[in-house]
Design a protein around this ligand. Structure first.
Ligand SMILES: Nc1nc2c(c(=O)[nH]1)N[C@H]1C(S)=C(S)[C@@H](COP(=O)(O)O)O[C@H]1N2
Ligand SMILES: [Mo]
Length: 270
């Protein structure tokens, strides 16, 4: 009788690497080299920036915003639209570079999950016009194609960790369970107690690297990291990646957003 075949760790890494779809995969060392290079380039920009700033102070303005800054905002929008057109992917990392993820932010996670709550989790799906679409079970979500992806999780507080997520694409959740929803511009996500809530734009939500995830570095999510299911995307800072998702609403109006209400950039993207 032969032993059941166990996957070697080399095979596992190879399989994960193959599954890390989209984007370029680079090593941590190469990443550090490139970061140093852009840091130096950025320094040069800084000197130019200071000289530019002195010029800016003497520019005419509209609504109290100097015209040069207005042009800058328009340029920003152009860059964003270009990225969308090109279907840009965020950089994927080698699974060998995975790190432990720091725990940050416990809003909406303070109450314990009741026994069995995680296994029987249901997300409240809500359509445009606040029309209930019914409960979406974890089992139904897990029935979609599963993706493993490794990228750098970044917090606006200035730290980051390279981590692997396992989950399903939100775009596939939307087409499998809310195919009648077309007329939406945003998705609103909330925790069970509504203590934490975020709004995300349609482009981000339909991006192939935006997942509803239930595993972190190959292990089930712990409560602190957002069990039983959370949002992850490399297009946004951590504040947008809501842990313990209880409701998902399709909407045509910009949803309330916890940190935007407290002065942070609504988009908090890269
Ligand atoms: N429910 C909930 N989700 C949340 C937060 C929070 O306070 N509550 N904080 C956010 C922030 S600021 C970050 S950086 C990430 C951190 O995720 P982690 O604890 O798994 O590292 O979760 C995000 N999602
Ligand atoms: Mo964060």
């Amino acid at each position: 009788m032969s032993e059941p075949k166990r996957e070697s760790s080399d095979d596992r890494e190879r399989r994960l690497r193959a599954l890390t779809d989209g984007g370029e995969t680079i090593s941590r060392a190469e990443y550090a080299r490139r970061s140093r290079r852009s840091f130096l380039a950025f320094g040069a920009l800084g000197i130019g920036g200071y000289l530019g700033f002195r010029t800016l102070q003497n520019r005419p303005s509209a609504d109290g915003i100097p015209d040069t800054l207005r042009n800058g905002l328009a340029w920003n929008e152009d860059v964003w639209e270009t990225a969308q057109r090109d279907g840009a992917r965020s950089r994927a990392f080698d699974p060998a570079d995975r790190e432990d993820l720091r725990v940050n932010g416990r809003l909406g996670l303070r109450s314990d999950l009741a026994d069995g709550a995680a296994e029987n989790w249901k997300i409240d799906l809500i359509g445009v016009g606040e029309v209930g679409l019914g409960p979406l079970t974890l089992d139904a979500i897990k029935g979609l194609e599963v993706h493993d992806m490794v990228w750098e999780h970044k917090c606006i507080e200035g730290w980051s960790n390279i981590v692997q997520w396992t989950g399903v694409r939100f775009s596939e959740v939307a087409s499998a369970f809310a195919s009648d929803q077309s007329d939406w511009d945003y998705i609103a996500l909330r925790t069970p107690d509504n203590q934490y809530y975020v709004g995300l734009d349609r482009y981000t939500m339909l991006h192939p690297q935006t997942l509803l995830a239930w595993q972190l570095n190959g292990e089930p999510l712990t409560a602190d990291h957002g069990a039983p299911i959370r949002l992850v995307t490399p297009l946004k800072y951590g504040i947008k990646q809501l842990k313990r998702v209880a409701s998902i609403e399709f909407t045509s109006t910009k949803p309330a957003d916890y940190w935007a209400e407290r002065g942070y950039d609504y988009h908090s993207g890269f």
